[in-house]
Design a protein around this ligand. Sequence first.
Ligand SMILES: Cc1cc2nc3c(=O)[nH]c(=O)nc-3n(C[C@H](O)[C@H](O)[C@H](O)COP(=O)(O)OP(=O)(O)OC[C@H]3O[C@@H](n4cnc5c(N)ncnc54)[C@H](O)[C@@H]3O)c2cc1C
Length: 422
Amino acid sequence: MKEINASQFESEVLKGGKVILDFYSTECPPCEALASKFENLAGLYGNDIKFIKIFRQQNRELADNLAVKSSPTLLFFDNGKEVAGRLRGGIKRSEIILNLDSMLLADRVKDIKSGIKPTVSEFDVIILGAGPGGLTAGLYLCQAKINTVLIDPSLPGGHVSTTHEVSNYPGFIEPQAGYMLSHNMSEQTKMCGTVYKVAVDITSVDLNKKEVVIDEYETVKAKRIIIGTGTTPNLTGAPGEKELKGKGISYCATCDGKYMDGKEVVVIGGGNSAVEESDYLTRFATKLTIIHQFDRLTANKKAQDKIFGNPKVSILFENEPRSFTREGDKIVTEIENVKTKVRQKLISDGVFIFIGMKPNIQLFKDKLELDQWGYIKTDDEMRTSVTGVYAVGDVISKKYRQITTAVADGTIAAMAIAKEID
Ligand SMILES: Cc1cc2nc3c(=O)[nH]c(=O)nc-3n(C[C@H](O)[C@H](O)[C@H](O)COP(=O)(O)OP(=O)(O)OC[C@H]3O[C@@H](n4cnc5c(N)ncnc54)[C@H](O)[C@@H]3O)c2cc1C
Protein backbone atom coordinates (compact mmCIF):
# COMPACT_ATOMS: atom_id res chain seq x y z
CA MET A 1 0.00 0.00 0.00
CA LYS A 2 1.34 3.43 -0.90
CA GLU A 3 0.43 7.05 -0.19
CA ILE A 4 0.94 9.50 -3.07
CA ASN A 5 0.33 13.16 -3.86
CA ALA A 6 -1.01 14.75 -7.05
CA SER A 7 2.44 15.07 -8.68
CA GLN A 8 2.81 11.25 -8.60
CA PHE A 9 -0.63 10.56 -10.09
CA GLU A 10 0.65 10.09 -13.62
CA SER A 11 3.58 7.81 -12.78
CA GLU A 12 1.88 5.79 -10.03
CA VAL A 13 -1.69 5.60 -11.29
CA LEU A 14 -1.93 6.32 -15.02
CA LYS A 15 1.29 4.40 -15.77
CA GLY A 16 0.90 2.05 -12.83
CA GLY A 17 -0.91 -0.92 -14.43
CA LYS A 18 -3.80 -2.13 -12.31
CA VAL A 19 -4.53 0.34 -9.51
CA ILE A 20 -7.15 0.99 -6.86
CA LEU A 21 -7.00 4.62 -5.68
CA ASP A 22 -8.55 5.78 -2.40
CA PHE A 23 -9.32 9.50 -2.06
CA TYR A 24 -9.66 9.87 1.71
CA SER A 25 -10.04 12.70 4.23
CA THR A 26 -9.43 13.14 7.90
CA GLU A 27 -12.35 13.45 10.34
CA CYS A 28 -14.38 11.29 7.96
CA PRO A 29 -16.20 8.34 9.62
CA PRO A 30 -16.80 6.47 6.32
CA CYS A 31 -13.06 6.81 5.55
CA GLU A 32 -12.27 5.28 8.94
CA ALA A 33 -14.72 2.46 8.23
CA LEU A 34 -12.97 1.80 4.91
CA ALA A 35 -9.35 1.98 6.15
CA SER A 36 -9.11 -1.52 7.68
CA LYS A 37 -10.93 -3.13 4.73
CA PHE A 38 -8.56 -1.41 2.28
CA GLU A 39 -5.52 -2.59 4.24
CA ASN A 40 -6.86 -6.13 4.55
CA LEU A 41 -7.61 -6.36 0.81
CA ALA A 42 -4.18 -4.93 -0.02
CA GLY A 43 -2.79 -7.99 1.77
CA LEU A 44 -4.87 -10.28 -0.46
CA TYR A 45 -4.80 -8.55 -3.86
CA GLY A 46 -1.59 -6.49 -3.43
CA ASN A 47 0.55 -8.67 -5.74
CA ASP A 48 -1.83 -8.09 -8.66
CA ILE A 49 -3.29 -4.63 -8.05
CA LYS A 50 -1.55 -1.58 -6.57
CA PHE A 51 -3.31 -0.13 -3.54
CA ILE A 52 -2.80 3.64 -3.43
CA LYS A 53 -4.13 6.28 -1.07
CA ILE A 54 -4.30 10.01 -1.69
CA PHE A 55 -5.29 12.69 0.84
CA ARG A 56 -8.16 14.58 -0.85
CA GLN A 57 -7.94 17.76 1.23
CA GLN A 58 -4.31 18.32 0.15
CA ASN A 59 -4.85 17.30 -3.46
CA ARG A 60 -8.06 19.12 -4.20
CA GLU A 61 -7.20 20.21 -7.75
CA LEU A 62 -6.59 16.63 -8.85
CA ALA A 63 -9.76 15.52 -7.08
CA ASP A 64 -11.75 18.24 -8.84
CA ASN A 65 -10.23 17.32 -12.20
CA LEU A 66 -11.30 13.73 -11.64
CA ALA A 67 -14.74 14.90 -10.43
CA VAL A 68 -14.14 13.32 -7.03
CA LYS A 69 -16.56 15.22 -4.82
CA SER A 70 -16.62 13.24 -1.58
CA SER A 71 -14.48 11.08 0.68
CA PRO A 72 -13.92 8.26 0.54
CA THR A 73 -14.10 7.67 -3.21
CA LEU A 74 -12.47 4.58 -4.69
CA LEU A 75 -11.37 4.66 -8.33
CA PHE A 76 -10.09 1.69 -10.30
CA PHE A 77 -7.55 2.01 -13.16
CA ASP A 78 -6.18 -0.47 -15.64
CA ASN A 79 -3.31 0.78 -17.83
CA GLY A 80 -4.30 4.42 -17.38
CA LYS A 81 -7.99 3.86 -18.08
CA GLU A 82 -10.61 4.12 -15.38
CA VAL A 83 -12.46 0.80 -15.13
CA ALA A 84 -15.25 -0.61 -12.96
CA GLY A 85 -17.65 1.70 -11.13
CA ARG A 86 -16.56 4.26 -8.55
CA LEU A 87 -17.42 3.48 -4.94
CA ARG A 88 -18.32 6.14 -2.38
CA GLY A 89 -19.57 6.60 1.18
CA GLY A 90 -20.19 3.52 3.33
CA ILE A 91 -18.25 1.15 1.09
CA LYS A 92 -18.57 -2.57 1.78
CA ARG A 93 -15.75 -5.08 1.45
CA SER A 94 -17.88 -7.13 -0.94
CA GLU A 95 -18.32 -4.13 -3.28
CA ILE A 96 -14.57 -3.58 -3.48
CA ILE A 97 -13.97 -7.28 -4.09
CA LEU A 98 -16.49 -7.26 -6.94
CA ASN A 99 -14.58 -4.47 -8.68
CA LEU A 100 -11.16 -5.95 -8.00
CA ASP A 101 -12.26 -9.35 -9.31
CA SER A 102 -13.52 -7.75 -12.51
CA MET A 103 -9.94 -6.57 -13.20
CA LEU A 104 -8.40 -10.05 -12.96
CA LEU A 105 -8.68 -13.42 -14.69
CA ALA A 106 -11.08 -15.91 -13.08
CA ASP A 107 -8.31 -18.42 -12.21
CA ARG A 108 -6.27 -15.77 -10.45
CA VAL A 109 -9.36 -14.63 -8.49
CA LYS A 110 -9.87 -18.21 -7.36
CA ASP A 111 -6.25 -18.37 -6.20
CA ILE A 112 -6.54 -15.15 -4.25
CA LYS A 113 -9.82 -16.18 -2.63
CA SER A 114 -8.27 -19.43 -1.43
CA GLY A 115 -5.92 -17.27 0.63
CA ILE A 116 -8.74 -15.73 2.68
CA LYS A 117 -8.27 -16.93 6.26
CA PRO A 118 -11.30 -17.02 8.56
CA THR A 119 -10.83 -14.91 11.71
CA VAL A 120 -12.46 -15.08 15.13
CA SER A 121 -12.73 -12.25 17.64
CA GLU A 122 -14.34 -12.26 21.09
CA PHE A 123 -16.23 -9.55 22.94
CA ASP A 124 -18.51 -9.34 25.95
CA VAL A 125 -21.38 -7.85 23.96
CA ILE A 126 -22.31 -7.67 20.28
CA ILE A 127 -24.72 -4.88 19.35
CA LEU A 128 -26.46 -5.37 16.02
CA GLY A 129 -27.46 -1.95 14.68
CA ALA A 130 -25.83 1.44 15.23
CA GLY A 131 -28.95 3.59 15.42
CA PRO A 132 -29.77 5.64 18.54
CA GLY A 133 -30.73 2.48 20.49
CA GLY A 134 -27.56 0.56 19.66
CA LEU A 135 -25.28 3.59 20.01
CA THR A 136 -26.65 4.40 23.46
CA ALA A 137 -26.24 0.79 24.60
CA GLY A 138 -22.68 0.92 23.23
CA LEU A 139 -21.96 4.08 25.20
CA TYR A 140 -23.27 2.76 28.51
CA LEU A 141 -21.53 -0.61 28.12
CA CYS A 142 -18.26 1.02 27.18
CA GLN A 143 -18.42 3.36 30.17
CA ALA A 144 -19.01 0.27 32.33
CA LYS A 145 -15.75 -1.14 30.85
CA ILE A 146 -17.57 -3.92 29.03
CA ASN A 147 -15.85 -4.97 25.83
CA THR A 148 -18.43 -4.18 23.12
CA VAL A 149 -18.62 -4.30 19.33
CA LEU A 150 -21.21 -2.52 17.19
CA ILE A 151 -22.04 -4.19 13.88
CA ASP A 152 -24.06 -2.49 11.15
CA PRO A 153 -24.47 -3.09 7.41
CA SER A 154 -24.61 0.70 6.96
CA LEU A 155 -22.72 3.60 8.47
CA PRO A 156 -23.68 4.50 12.08
CA GLY A 157 -26.68 6.71 12.79
CA GLY A 158 -29.76 4.77 11.74
CA HIS A 159 -32.83 6.74 10.66
CA VAL A 160 -31.66 9.89 12.42
CA SER A 161 -28.83 10.38 9.96
CA THR A 162 -31.38 10.81 7.15
CA THR A 163 -33.89 12.90 9.10
CA HIS A 164 -33.57 16.51 8.03
CA GLU A 165 -34.32 18.10 11.37
CA VAL A 166 -34.95 16.83 14.89
CA SER A 167 -36.72 19.27 17.18
CA ASN A 168 -37.75 16.95 20.01
CA TYR A 169 -34.48 15.51 21.26
CA PRO A 170 -33.91 17.02 24.72
CA GLY A 171 -30.87 19.16 25.40
CA PHE A 172 -30.97 21.31 22.28
CA ILE A 173 -32.84 24.61 22.16
CA GLU A 174 -32.80 24.82 18.37
CA PRO A 175 -33.80 21.97 16.01
CA GLN A 176 -30.79 19.82 15.14
CA ALA A 177 -29.84 18.50 11.70
CA GLY A 178 -30.42 14.75 11.97
CA TYR A 179 -27.04 13.85 10.49
CA MET A 180 -25.24 16.00 13.10
CA LEU A 181 -27.20 14.52 15.99
CA SER A 182 -26.42 10.98 14.84
CA HIS A 183 -22.79 11.93 14.11
CA ASN A 184 -22.37 13.26 17.65
CA MET A 185 -24.01 10.17 19.17
CA SER A 186 -21.75 7.91 17.16
CA GLU A 187 -18.53 9.83 17.91
CA GLN A 188 -19.33 9.84 21.66
CA THR A 189 -19.72 6.05 21.66
CA LYS A 190 -16.68 5.50 19.45
CA MET A 191 -14.43 7.80 21.50
CA CYS A 192 -15.34 5.84 24.60
CA GLY A 193 -13.76 2.77 22.98
CA THR A 194 -16.59 0.69 21.55
CA VAL A 195 -15.31 -1.22 18.51
CA TYR A 196 -17.11 -0.48 15.20
CA LYS A 197 -17.58 -2.95 12.37
CA VAL A 198 -19.77 -0.96 10.01
CA ALA A 199 -20.66 -1.04 6.30
CA VAL A 200 -20.25 -4.83 6.46
CA ASP A 201 -22.27 -7.71 5.05
CA ILE A 202 -23.86 -9.74 7.82
CA THR A 203 -23.52 -13.33 6.68
CA SER A 204 -25.24 -15.06 9.62
CA VAL A 205 -26.41 -14.56 13.19
CA ASP A 206 -26.58 -17.42 15.71
CA LEU A 207 -28.46 -16.09 18.73
CA ASN A 208 -27.99 -19.25 20.81
CA LYS A 209 -24.24 -19.45 20.29
CA LYS A 210 -23.97 -15.61 20.35
CA GLU A 211 -22.00 -15.61 17.11
CA VAL A 212 -22.21 -13.25 14.16
CA VAL A 213 -20.35 -13.88 10.90
CA ILE A 214 -19.56 -10.81 8.84
CA ASP A 215 -18.20 -10.50 5.30
CA GLU A 216 -18.29 -14.31 5.10
CA TYR A 217 -14.94 -14.82 6.88
CA GLU A 218 -15.00 -12.93 10.18
CA THR A 219 -16.68 -14.60 13.18
CA VAL A 220 -17.50 -12.34 16.11
CA LYS A 221 -18.38 -14.07 19.40
CA ALA A 222 -19.80 -12.63 22.61
CA LYS A 223 -21.57 -13.43 25.87
CA ARG A 224 -24.58 -11.27 25.07
CA ILE A 225 -26.25 -9.84 21.96
CA ILE A 226 -28.33 -6.68 21.74
CA ILE A 227 -30.54 -6.38 18.66
CA GLY A 228 -31.14 -2.74 17.66
CA THR A 229 -31.75 -3.24 13.98
CA GLY A 230 -34.63 -0.77 13.62
CA THR A 231 -37.10 -0.74 10.76
CA THR A 232 -37.26 -0.43 6.97
CA PRO A 233 -39.88 1.57 5.03
CA ASN A 234 -42.92 -0.34 3.80
CA LEU A 235 -43.55 -0.56 0.08
CA THR A 236 -46.98 0.13 -1.41
CA GLY A 237 -46.63 -3.01 -3.52
CA ALA A 238 -48.08 -1.21 -6.55
CA PRO A 239 -46.64 -2.30 -9.94
CA GLY A 240 -43.65 -0.21 -11.00
CA GLU A 241 -42.58 0.75 -7.46
CA LYS A 242 -39.60 -1.63 -7.23
CA GLU A 243 -38.43 -0.80 -10.74
CA LEU A 244 -38.55 2.96 -10.11
CA LYS A 245 -37.02 2.83 -6.59
CA GLY A 246 -34.10 5.26 -6.68
CA LYS A 247 -35.14 6.31 -10.20
CA GLY A 248 -37.93 8.70 -9.33
CA ILE A 249 -39.39 6.95 -6.29
CA SER A 250 -37.77 7.69 -2.93
CA TYR A 251 -38.28 6.83 0.75
CA CYS A 252 -36.04 9.58 2.11
CA ALA A 253 -36.80 13.31 1.79
CA THR A 254 -33.48 14.35 3.30
CA CYS A 255 -31.59 12.26 0.77
CA ASP A 256 -33.54 13.16 -2.37
CA GLY A 257 -35.52 16.35 -1.60
CA LYS A 258 -32.74 18.51 -3.00
CA TYR A 259 -33.31 17.05 -6.47
CA MET A 260 -36.89 18.38 -6.43
CA ASP A 261 -35.95 22.07 -6.63
CA GLY A 262 -38.66 23.86 -8.66
CA LYS A 263 -40.42 20.54 -9.33
CA GLU A 264 -43.73 18.84 -8.63
CA VAL A 265 -43.90 16.03 -6.12
CA VAL A 266 -46.35 13.35 -5.04
CA VAL A 267 -46.23 11.99 -1.47
CA ILE A 268 -47.94 8.76 -0.48
CA GLY A 269 -49.02 8.55 3.18
CA GLY A 270 -50.67 10.62 5.87
CA GLY A 271 -48.93 9.83 9.18
CA ASN A 272 -46.23 11.80 11.00
CA SER A 273 -43.39 10.97 8.63
CA ALA A 274 -45.45 11.69 5.49
CA VAL A 275 -46.70 15.05 6.76
CA GLU A 276 -43.43 16.23 8.34
CA GLU A 277 -41.37 15.18 5.34
CA SER A 278 -43.91 16.81 2.97
CA ASP A 279 -43.43 20.08 4.79
CA TYR A 280 -39.67 19.69 4.33
CA LEU A 281 -40.08 18.83 0.63
CA THR A 282 -41.92 22.10 -0.03
CA ARG A 283 -38.61 23.89 0.59
CA PHE A 284 -37.76 22.60 -2.87
CA ALA A 285 -40.95 21.57 -4.67
CA THR A 286 -43.30 24.15 -6.17
CA LYS A 287 -46.28 21.82 -5.84
CA LEU A 288 -46.85 18.80 -3.62
CA THR A 289 -49.81 16.42 -3.61
CA ILE A 290 -50.36 14.09 -0.67
CA ILE A 291 -52.24 10.84 -1.40
CA HIS A 292 -53.77 9.32 1.70
CA GLN A 293 -55.97 6.24 2.01
CA PHE A 294 -58.12 7.55 4.88
CA ASP A 295 -60.47 10.54 5.09
CA ARG A 296 -58.17 12.41 7.50
CA LEU A 297 -54.46 12.66 8.25
CA THR A 298 -53.12 10.57 11.10
CA ALA A 299 -50.13 12.83 11.82
CA ASN A 300 -49.88 14.82 15.05
CA LYS A 301 -51.86 18.06 15.35
CA LYS A 302 -48.82 20.37 15.10
CA ALA A 303 -47.66 18.77 11.85
CA GLN A 304 -51.20 18.85 10.43
CA ASP A 305 -51.66 22.56 11.22
CA LYS A 306 -48.41 23.31 9.43
CA ILE A 307 -49.28 21.30 6.33
CA PHE A 308 -52.86 22.62 6.04
CA GLY A 309 -51.43 26.16 6.08
CA ASN A 310 -48.88 25.40 3.36
CA PRO A 311 -50.10 26.87 0.01
CA LYS A 312 -47.95 24.47 -2.04
CA VAL A 313 -49.72 21.39 -0.64
CA SER A 314 -52.94 19.73 -1.73
CA ILE A 315 -54.30 16.48 -0.29
CA LEU A 316 -56.29 13.75 -2.03
CA PHE A 317 -57.99 11.75 0.71
CA GLU A 318 -59.34 8.21 0.33
CA ASN A 319 -57.03 7.39 -2.55
CA GLU A 320 -54.42 4.69 -2.97
CA PRO A 321 -51.69 4.25 -5.59
CA ARG A 322 -52.36 1.51 -8.15
CA SER A 323 -49.27 1.80 -10.38
CA PHE A 324 -46.16 3.83 -11.06
CA THR A 325 -44.73 4.30 -14.54
CA ARG A 326 -42.11 6.53 -16.10
CA GLU A 327 -42.89 8.75 -19.08
CA GLY A 328 -39.72 10.56 -20.15
CA ASP A 329 -38.54 12.59 -17.13
CA LYS A 330 -41.88 12.26 -15.35
CA ILE A 331 -43.38 9.70 -13.00
CA VAL A 332 -47.01 8.81 -13.58
CA THR A 333 -48.83 7.73 -10.42
CA GLU A 334 -52.16 6.10 -11.06
CA ILE A 335 -54.41 6.43 -8.02
CA GLU A 336 -57.81 4.98 -7.23
CA ASN A 337 -60.49 6.42 -4.99
CA VAL A 338 -61.16 3.66 -2.46
CA LYS A 339 -64.89 4.48 -2.33
CA THR A 340 -65.85 5.46 -5.88
CA LYS A 341 -63.15 3.29 -7.56
CA VAL A 342 -62.53 6.18 -9.96
CA ARG A 343 -58.94 6.20 -11.18
CA GLN A 344 -56.83 9.19 -12.21
CA LYS A 345 -53.21 9.79 -13.22
CA LEU A 346 -50.93 12.26 -11.48
CA ILE A 347 -47.85 13.41 -13.32
CA SER A 348 -44.91 14.54 -11.20
CA ASP A 349 -41.12 14.80 -11.13
CA GLY A 350 -40.76 12.54 -8.10
CA VAL A 351 -42.72 10.34 -5.73
CA PHE A 352 -41.95 9.98 -2.01
CA ILE A 353 -43.47 7.08 -0.08
CA PHE A 354 -43.94 7.24 3.71
CA ILE A 355 -46.42 4.51 4.68
CA GLY A 356 -44.88 3.06 7.79
CA MET A 357 -42.14 0.64 8.58
CA LYS A 358 -41.43 -3.06 9.09
CA PRO A 359 -38.96 -4.46 11.65
CA ASN A 360 -35.52 -5.63 10.46
CA ILE A 361 -35.57 -9.17 11.81
CA GLN A 362 -34.95 -11.27 8.68
CA LEU A 363 -31.78 -12.91 10.06
CA PHE A 364 -33.34 -14.16 13.28
CA LYS A 365 -37.15 -13.98 12.98
CA ASP A 366 -37.69 -17.71 13.55
CA LYS A 367 -35.67 -17.73 16.76
CA LEU A 368 -37.47 -15.02 18.74
CA GLU A 369 -40.91 -14.45 20.14
CA LEU A 370 -42.59 -11.71 18.10
CA ASP A 371 -45.82 -9.74 18.39
CA GLN A 372 -48.56 -9.99 15.76
CA TRP A 373 -46.87 -7.30 13.63
CA GLY A 374 -43.48 -9.02 13.70
CA TYR A 375 -41.80 -6.80 16.32
CA ILE A 376 -39.59 -8.47 18.98
CA LYS A 377 -41.20 -9.01 22.36
CA THR A 378 -39.08 -7.97 25.37
CA ASP A 379 -39.48 -7.76 29.12
CA ASP A 380 -38.99 -4.48 30.97
CA GLU A 381 -35.21 -4.95 30.96
CA MET A 382 -35.21 -5.52 27.18
CA ARG A 383 -34.63 -9.30 27.41
CA THR A 384 -36.01 -11.31 24.50
CA SER A 385 -37.24 -14.90 24.58
CA VAL A 386 -33.68 -16.15 23.92
CA THR A 387 -31.40 -16.17 26.98
CA GLY A 388 -28.67 -13.55 26.78
CA VAL A 389 -30.28 -11.76 23.82
CA TYR A 390 -31.73 -8.27 24.29
CA ALA A 391 -33.55 -6.01 21.86
CA VAL A 392 -33.90 -2.21 21.85
CA GLY A 393 -35.41 0.64 19.83
CA ASP A 394 -37.85 0.54 16.95
CA VAL A 395 -37.44 -3.20 16.35
CA ILE A 396 -39.21 -4.12 19.61
CA SER A 397 -42.90 -4.39 20.32
CA LYS A 398 -43.95 -1.07 21.84
CA LYS A 399 -46.31 1.82 21.35
CA TYR A 400 -44.06 4.81 20.67
CA ARG A 401 -41.05 4.74 18.36
CA GLN A 402 -38.90 7.81 18.80
CA ILE A 403 -35.23 8.64 19.27
CA THR A 404 -35.80 9.21 22.98
CA THR A 405 -37.52 5.85 23.44
CA ALA A 406 -34.77 4.02 21.50
CA VAL A 407 -32.15 5.77 23.62
CA ALA A 408 -34.03 4.76 26.77
CA ASP A 409 -34.21 1.10 25.65
CA GLY A 410 -30.47 1.11 24.90
CA THR A 411 -29.76 2.49 28.36
CA ILE A 412 -31.89 -0.12 30.08
CA ALA A 413 -30.44 -3.08 28.16
CA ALA A 414 -26.87 -1.93 28.79
CA MET A 415 -27.47 -1.42 32.50
CA ALA A 416 -29.15 -4.80 32.84
CA ILE A 417 -26.26 -6.50 31.01
CA ALA A 418 -23.66 -4.60 33.05
CA LYS A 419 -25.27 -5.91 36.21
CA GLU A 420 -25.39 -9.49 34.88
CA ILE A 421 -21.81 -9.51 33.64
CA ASP A 422 -20.61 -8.01 36.93
C1 LIG B 1 -38.31 10.12 8.24
C2 LIG B 1 -38.21 9.93 9.72
C3 LIG B 1 -38.21 11.02 10.56
C4 LIG B 1 -38.15 10.85 11.95
N1 LIG B 1 -38.14 11.95 12.76
C5 LIG B 1 -38.02 11.79 14.11
C6 LIG B 1 -37.95 12.92 14.97
O1 LIG B 1 -38.02 14.07 14.53
N2 LIG B 1 -37.85 12.69 16.32
C7 LIG B 1 -37.79 11.42 16.85
O2 LIG B 1 -37.66 11.29 18.07
N3 LIG B 1 -37.86 10.34 16.05
C8 LIG B 1 -37.97 10.49 14.70
N4 LIG B 1 -38.03 9.38 13.88
C9 LIG B 1 -37.99 8.04 14.51
C10 LIG B 1 -36.54 7.70 14.93
O3 LIG B 1 -35.69 7.95 13.85
C11 LIG B 1 -36.46 6.26 15.36
O4 LIG B 1 -37.38 6.03 16.41
C12 LIG B 1 -35.05 5.89 15.84
O5 LIG B 1 -34.10 6.15 14.85
C13 LIG B 1 -34.99 4.43 16.23
O6 LIG B 1 -33.70 4.09 16.55
P1 LIG B 1 -33.18 2.58 16.45
O7 LIG B 1 -31.79 2.59 16.97
O8 LIG B 1 -34.15 1.67 17.08
O9 LIG B 1 -33.25 2.20 14.91
P2 LIG B 1 -32.71 2.86 13.58
O10 LIG B 1 -32.49 4.32 13.73
O11 LIG B 1 -33.64 2.39 12.54
O12 LIG B 1 -31.28 2.17 13.37
C14 LIG B 1 -31.19 0.79 13.11
C15 LIG B 1 -29.79 0.45 12.62
O13 LIG B 1 -29.71 -0.97 12.47
C16 LIG B 1 -29.04 -1.27 11.26
N5 LIG B 1 -29.43 -2.62 10.81
C17 LIG B 1 -30.48 -3.01 10.03
N6 LIG B 1 -30.47 -4.35 9.86
C18 LIG B 1 -29.41 -4.83 10.55
C19 LIG B 1 -28.87 -6.14 10.79
N7 LIG B 1 -29.41 -7.25 10.28
N8 LIG B 1 -27.77 -6.25 11.57
C20 LIG B 1 -27.19 -5.16 12.12
N9 LIG B 1 -27.66 -3.89 11.94
C21 LIG B 1 -28.75 -3.74 11.17
C22 LIG B 1 -29.46 -0.17 10.31
O14 LIG B 1 -28.52 -0.02 9.26
C23 LIG B 1 -29.49 1.06 11.26
O15 LIG B 1 -28.24 1.70 11.31
C24 LIG B 1 -38.10 9.53 12.50
C25 LIG B 1 -38.08 8.43 11.65
C26 LIG B 1 -38.14 8.61 10.26
C27 LIG B 1 -38.12 7.43 9.36
